[in-house]
Design a protein around this ligand. Structure first.
Ligand SMILES: Cc1cc2nc3c(=O)[nH]c(=O)nc-3n(C[C@H](O)[C@H](O)[C@H](O)COP(=O)(O)O)c2cc1C
Length: 314
């Protein structure tokens, strides 16, 4: 029986994962089959495995798997595999990025006396598909969101948090991308320089933003630090106007991101991580191109805008 295992496993595995023929697994698995993920500790039955495969295939329809090695032992089989696919539809709550992911794992199969798989232990977890795309939830793996804390005393009130944020002074940026040929963007002050070597920056964008889906699936984005004389531009990019770029002059960065003319400074950056932070996504980006005008920047505090050229040095 064991001599014939390799082709049987290969055929069923590829039929299920690459072609969506989930019933091809029926002959391979024993009654009472269970599959346990080492990453999460979760155990599912055959129906659970089929549901997982179906959801991965829905999100990554062109999934292609290579079984790199199948090592048959006494009552056990180790399967080492690699998969590649394009993130074409939502997966674990993360909208399609259009990016290609490569992921790999190993499974230990425990066989029953008839050579069918009774138990399977997997080193891999579905969230690794997202990790391979540079998407990591802030808390652990992509499990259902943690429930909101019930104890309101454990955190400051909304008003206190707003008051706290009003004490913080920032500049104002416009974060941009393209949706097809259409430039898109929003005003954002949640910008921060992360490091100089390598040149990393971050921006936080709310998932309800109309710019967000295009931003999420972009490889690059633009960040424009507005100058003190660009107040009308803030109004435009803080609005929901369908064609914000009709109201400003702009040009493309080397990777196609819209850069707003006469900004105090603009960068184009490659998106490297997309951290899920409940209502927002934190984009960590590596700067690929920079233009610095040197004009006085706009300053923002507590809902008001100021001339960054008029600051008084302490
Ligand atoms: C000064 C200022 C700072 C803002 N900062 C952010 C920010 O950091 N992240 C964000 O998602 N929205 C921020 N907003 C809100 C968005 O600009 C606003 O919701 C906008 O309408 C989004 O446009 P969109 O839905 O067309 O993308 C800010 C607005 C202003 C006026």
């Amino acid at each position: 029986m064991q001599q014939t295992l390799e082709p049987v496993i290969t055929a069923a595995w590829l039929a299920a994962w690459d072609k969506g023929d989930l019933d091809a697994l029926d002959a391979l698995m024993a009654e009472g089959y269970t599959r346990t993920s080492k990453a999460t500790g979760a155990t599912v039955d055959l129906a659970g495995l089929k549901a997982e495969i179906a959801s991965v295939r829905e999100a990554f329809p062109d999934l292609r798997t290579t079984l790199d090695d199948i090592v048959v032992g006494e009552g056990t089989v180790a399967v080492f595999w690699t998969s590649t696919g394009t993130h074409a539809h939502e997966y674990l709550g993360v909208p399609a990025t259009g990016l290609t992911v490569h992921t790999r794992g190993s499974n230990i199969l425990v066989l029953d006396p008839r050579g069918r798989v009774l138990q399977e232990t997997v080193t891999w977890d579905g969230s690794e598909l997202l990790a391979g795309l540079g998407i990591r939830p802030l808390r652990g793996i992509a499990a259902p969101p943690a429930p909101e804390p019930e104890d309101e005393d454990a955190q400051p009130s909304l008003d206190t948090m707003k008051a706290f944020n009003r004490q913080f002074i920032t500049g104002v940026t416009v974060v941009t991308t393209k949706e097809g040929d259409r430039p898109k963007g929003l005003a954002a002050n949640a910008y921060c320089s992360v490091s100089l070597e390598p040149p990393l920056v971050l921006v936080c964008v709310q998932k309800t933003s109309s710019t967000y889906p295009a931003l999420f699936s972009s490889s690059h984005l633009g960040i424009n630090i507005l100058g003190a004389d660009q107040k009308p531009t803030v109004g435009v990019f803080a609005s929901k106007s369908p064609d914000k770029f009709a109201e400003v002059d702009w040009h493309e960065g080397p990777h196609g991101s819209p850069l707003i003319d006469c900004s105090a400074a603009s960068i184009e950056a490659e998106i490297q991580e997309r951290f899920q932070a409940k209502t927002h996504t934190v984009f960590i980006c590596r700067v690929r191109h920079a233009e610095v005008d040197g004009a006085a920047p706009m300053v923002y505090k507590a809902g008001h805008f100021f001339d960054g050229g008029q600051l008084v040095e302490l």
